[in-house]
Design a protein around this ligand. Sequence first.
Ligand code: ADP
Length: 641
Amino acid sequence: MTTDTQAETLGFQTEAKQLLHLMIHSLYSNKEIFLRELISNASDAADKLRFEALSNGDLLADDAELQVRVDFDSDNKTISISDNGIGMTREEVISNLGTIAKSGTAQFLESLTGDQKKDSQLIGQFGVGFYSAFIVADEVEVLTRKAGTGPTEATLWKSKGESEYTVEAAEKADRGTTVTLHLKQDEADFADGFRLRSIVKRYADHLSIPVLMEKHDFGSPKDGEGEDESAEAKAPEYEAVNAAKALWTRSRSDVTDDEYKEFYKHISHDFDDPMDWSHNKVEGKLEYTSLLYIPGRAPFDLWNRDAARGLKLYVQRVFIMDDAEQFLPLYLRFMKGVVDSNDISLNVSREILQKDPAVDSMRSALTKRALDMLAKLRKKDKEKYQEFWNQFGQVLKEGPAEDYANREKIAQLLQFATTKSEVDAQDQGLDDYIARMQPEQEKIYYLVAESLKAARNNPHLEIFKKKGIEVILMVDRIDEWLMGHLNEYEGKQFQDISRGELDLGKLEDQDEKKQQEESEKALEGLAERIKKTLGERVNEVRITHRLTDSPACLAIDEHAMGAQMRKIMQASGQAVPEVKPHFEINPLHPLIERMDKEQNEEMFEDLVEILFGQASLADSGQLDDPGGFSARLNKVLLQVG
Ligand code: ADP
């Protein structure tokens, strides 16, 4: 403990220090955003106080008009942003301004390249915030007094944005926070009324809180030039620079695209524009307004289970909480936005929200709204949708498992690579696939593999290529899981082509079928011989017609766990159920014909092991005994010629 009046010097947390450095060095091309960030924080502080005041009216005391003030002093080159919001205690100052609480920050910072241009893109994913003050200032002071505490209980925080800061006890007449920036020598022209006004107007017009600036009077004489005594004594007059009407309460036709974009940046702390948005007022049994945004880019912590997510919740225009996750399912966690309800009680808590039936109805309506917005985007702008997909597609794929009721709607939004996509991109939807299906085709065929390359060369594709039937190629870690929850789409069943016996339904040719039956009979003996060699490692050895070029492949049963899931479970240290594959051989392949004639048992065994090894590699990229496989292969190769 230090005595309260003493200034205490503290070091920034390592991550905070790195972020500060990054901020100062990568955002030089967009310096003015510091005002947006500081005003945004001030507005949040007012929101928080208004919320606290719902249960403790004394907090507002005689200062109930919440507002933000922007002052400047061009002689001393300072700008200050003051609010009469919630304020901070000394402990809060230290933890809010000296550390970064977001989990995953360290890993995020490690991913930076040192390339300023690239890193400045990444910082947007992280969110900019308070430290942006140091883009233009070489010293920042924060004087703050928590609502409900006395004038002598304030705290002064100061830093030059290097490795340390000081905190000391201070006095402050009013509640709230004043952030004062001592501008860098070459940023001094920010301390200019005209310039500040235009920036503030742009960044604050969508906020519900008034942002005040001193009334300017361009005609007034300069210091000392015949100024009269009374003018000098007069307190400055302030006026609101912004419209101060919460953006979502305005009607859609009154809000410009730029305003929507700015508001997005305020609520998301994102540096970039959103991809799209949907603003709706719902009237009837439930009354609420929602404004949902699709971000332009995935945040750095999209895959962190504990990351904040959800919408900003307001009740009758009073801010209630950030990150209200009850209003959207987990697979839509990338959505940002605001929901303002007239049906929820003002003194609601997260626990109450979970049980409120009104919240349930809003959640399902908002989910539909979000899915519709994505469907519309997909229709309207394929390229943009592709960008969306590249950023968030994997998250959306969690949908069918989480939200069974909407699985058809979600399935319509999925994108895949197929054997007919020209480039290696997930750019085909299920509707595109269905439109190209062959007249007799009844099922949607797909294949799960490690990579697109592995998929394209998978032996299971051979018969489909020969017959010109399109197959969806799935290579994301989540795909097998996804397909476990999608049985059909538009009345068409999904069929994993590596499972069960080949069944092409009406696509099968009757003459071919007869021939096949004959060859199956002829090779029954061979199948038995092979089974003897492979023993318990395989389920059945059977003759297949799915191959045209390869001699053999592995197939698993309809409901067995596939290679991808097995790998994921193995990697996470879980017990993996044993799956015995069927070993399938191609009766028309010369190697199979040769094996059938092979009299030398040792040679026969080597050939079986080599074919089984190859089939395992094509299936999962793995061998049980790679050394043994190579030894046999070399032995056989030595006998060539
Ligand atoms: P973010 O706003 O994304 O949380 P910031 O770096 O901008 O990150 O701010 C860190 C924290 O400091 C805020 O979450 C808030 O708790 C606190 N803070 C910043 N500015 C103010 C302010 N004007 N009044 C009260 N608290 C503030």
